[in-house]
Design a protein around this ligand. Structure first.
Ligand code: BDR
Ligand code: CA
Length: 315
């Protein structure tokens, strides 16, 4: 049995760039949130591939949730992808079905705005570059006061794409800077957290032992994802399963330790563009916190939630 999620569940669109770990984030969101839609952005792979992958995962789950496709490129930066981690397709490693059809629209930003204007208290959960979210906040500044907050995967106390910058922030630093300055509640699941949440061989085997097609596909995806990470690092036994943390931080907050801090996004530094600068000085007079930094997870309990969610949809 996994830990129960809060009631009522958070209502949210998930904004993602699948991506192996984005796929797991979709599964957890489908199980433990009121998932209002899936929006896609270019990131791990070009937009048409991340959109295709999102539709395939949605189809495998058998859920009635629209997929809207969004920004094909960052606000300012040159488009760069992460095939060295996720493969050319963005989700290499499994025998995937064809998507059931096209996305519901090509206006993810409009969908996010309409969804947040339709009711108060919607969460935004981005697990890719922050382009769609920044464009929505720019076009509809009223969203800042209407949403419950933004829970994102990105940043942290060290980098992966560069020594200082995590991929999602590095891929569109100008969008990230706008999001970190938007003024409402912000939850950041960065690399110092997600690198302790690894898809080890034992955890992948537990997914493989779950009956049904979805579990088999996800076990294959986990294996590819872990393979690329383990082959490129000397301190990992499996891929950090980054993206579900941004969902779990809302649905299972009891699994995490957090602290409040002011976080800025560096957009100019030669060595630091895309870095999240976390002010950890314990000054009595310090900048007001704009961010809940999610710092630690009970990894076994987190994977139990993932396993249960996969088993729920796998048939
Ligand atoms: C982030 O970048 C992508 O490769 C993953 O999907 C995750 O969102 C980790 O840096
Ligand atoms: Ca992602």
């Amino acid at each position: 049995m996994s830990t129960p999620s809060p009631t009522p569940p958070p209502r949210l669109p998930l904004d993602c760039d699948p991506g192996h770990d984005d796929a797991i984030a979709i599964v957890v969101a489908a199980r433990h949130t009121d998932l209002l839609g899936i929006t896609t952005v270019a990131g791990n792979a070009p937009l048409e591939r991340t959109t295709r992958n999102a539709i395939i995962i949605r189809d495998l789950l058998g859920i009635d949730v629209p997929v809207h496709t969004g920004a094909a490129r960052p606000l300012v930066a040159e488009p760069k992808h992460a095939d060295y981690v996720h493969g050319e397709s963005g989700m290499d490693g499994a025998d995937l079905p064809e998507p059931s059809g096209p996305p519901a629209s090509t206006d993810a930003v409009g969908f996010i705005i309409d969804t947040c204007r339709a009711e108060e208290g919607v969460w935004l959960v981005p697990t890719g570059p922050l382009t769609n979210i920044a464009l929505a906040l720019r076009a509809a500044p009223d969203l800042a006061d209407r949403i419950a907050g933004i829970s994102l995967m990105g940043g942290g106390t060290f980098g992966n794409r560069t020594a200082t910058a995590e991929f999602n922030i590095w891929a569109d630093p100008e969008a990230a800077a706008a999001v970190f300055e938007y003024g409402g509640p912000l939850v950041m699941c960065g690399l110092q957290l997600t690198h302790t949440f690894q898809a080890t061989p034992e955890r992948i085997q537990r997914v493989r032992d779950i009956p049904g097609r979805l579990a088999g596909v996800l076990a294959d995806l986990f294996e590819f994802f872990s393979g690329t990470y383990v082959s490129r690092h000397d301190n990992l036994r499996g891929a950090p399963v980054h993206d579900p943390c941004a969902v779990l931080a809302l649905t299972h907050p009891q699994l995490f330790e957090t602290y409040e801090a002011h976080v800025a996004v560096e957009t100019r530094g030669r060595h630091t563009r895309g870095m999240t600068v976390i002010d950890q000085r314990r000054l009595l007079e310090r900048p007001t916190s704009n961010c809940t930094v999610v710092d630690r997870i009970d990894a076994d309990a987190g994977f139990a939630v993932i396993d249960e969610a996969i088993a729920h949809f796998s048939r």
